[in-house]
Design a protein around this ligand. Structure first.
Ligand code: SAM
Length: 285
């Protein structure tokens, strides 16, 4: 079935009485070039199990299923289930899990579904929860090789920004802490049905095998990073003092040890400096 053919898509949707939910971020891909590329870049190949988040009518799911050993897709909208039963009928290596990905036991799911396989995530993410989903995937430390996702172009720019630049945010630090991020290609708004008001981009995060910090230090590091970015216009000394209650003098002397002065703001610190700062401040906690 040609799932990027507008006539075919309209026919399936109308036969099932389906109407798009804006609230669930339902913009389905109708450009035939996109999904094969996401699948290829996203490690959908022999020896891999792919976890997809948000199937829509299964246009990416089908491309993943053609290439990977197994595809397990988490989709919140039960109205899509009868549609997927039709569109993915030819594949015996796909399983749809009708759940909210934010509430799903992903560790359990991966263990159950992908025994003996390497694991990759591929998705055209619902835009309203891009950051929470990415943070969940990263912080859960799931046994995965890569996360390849389509996100809004502005979100991609933030994710791929340099840590220590004005474009960076807490999520930029997180992706660079857990792995290496790369922008792959842009996708115009006309590639979707219905067309959103923004363009998109596909990025891939290749995950590190090893932890950079021990668990306690890691928790503190991210509390510090979140606090710093919450008050990114303030100096770190003021921001960390007001949110975390760390004395200003302690922040200033810790900043000195990483080569910065009291007026430093979080967006000026690169990854090494952020880690150095947190190593100094953890004792003040
Ligand atoms: N993969 C399809 C495509 O590219 O055409 C659909 C992508 S659409 C941008 C996002 C999909 O995520 C929708 O099918 C939507 O119902 C689903 N979704 C939204 N919130 C979700 C959640 N919390 N958990 C799981 N799926 C969700």
């Amino acid at each position: 079935m040609e799932l990027t053919n507008i006539g075919t898509v309209r026919d399936i949707l109308s036969r099932h009485g389906f109407s798009f939910s804006k609230g669930l971020g339902q913009n389905f891909i109708i450009n035939p070039d996109i999904c094969p590329k996401i699948a290829e870049y996203g490690n959908a190949r022999e020896g891999f199990g792919v976890l997809e988040i948000g199937t829509g009518i299964g246009v990416l799911t089908a491309e993943l299923a053609k290439r990977a050993d197994k595809v397990t897709a988490v989709e919140i909208d039960s109205r899509l289930l009868p549609i997927l039963a039709e569109t993915l009928e030819e594949f015996d290596n796909v399983r749809i899990v009708n759940e909210d990905v934010m509430k799903c036991d992903l560790h359990g799911l991966i263990k159950e579904e992908f025994d003996g396989l390497k694991v990759a995530v591929c998705a055209n993410l619902p835009y309203y929860i891009t950051s929470p989903i990415l943070m969940l995937l990263l912080e859960s430390r799931l046994p995965m090789e890569s996360i390849t996702v389509m996100v809004q172009k502005e979100a991609a720019q933030r994710l791929c920004a340099k840590v220590g630049s004005r474009e960076a945010g807490a999520i930029t630090v997180a992706v660079n802490y857990y792995g290496t991020v790369k922008s792959l290609f842009n996708v115009s708004r006309g590639s979707f049905m219905p067309a959103p008001n923004v363009d998109s981009a596909v990025i891939r995060i290749d995950l590190n095998d090893e932890r950079k910090l021990d668990e306690e230090h890691e928790r503190f590091f991210f509390r510090m990073v979140r606090a710093g970015f919450e008050q990114r216009r303030k100096t770190l000394a003021n921001g960390l003092c007001s949110i975390m209650g760390i004395p200003k003098e302690s922040v200033c002397s810790a900043l000195e040890t990483v080569g910065l002065n009291a007026s430093a703001r979080i967006e000026q610190l690169d990854m090494e400096q952020l880690i150095g700062l947190s190593a100094r401040l953890i004792d003040n906690d």
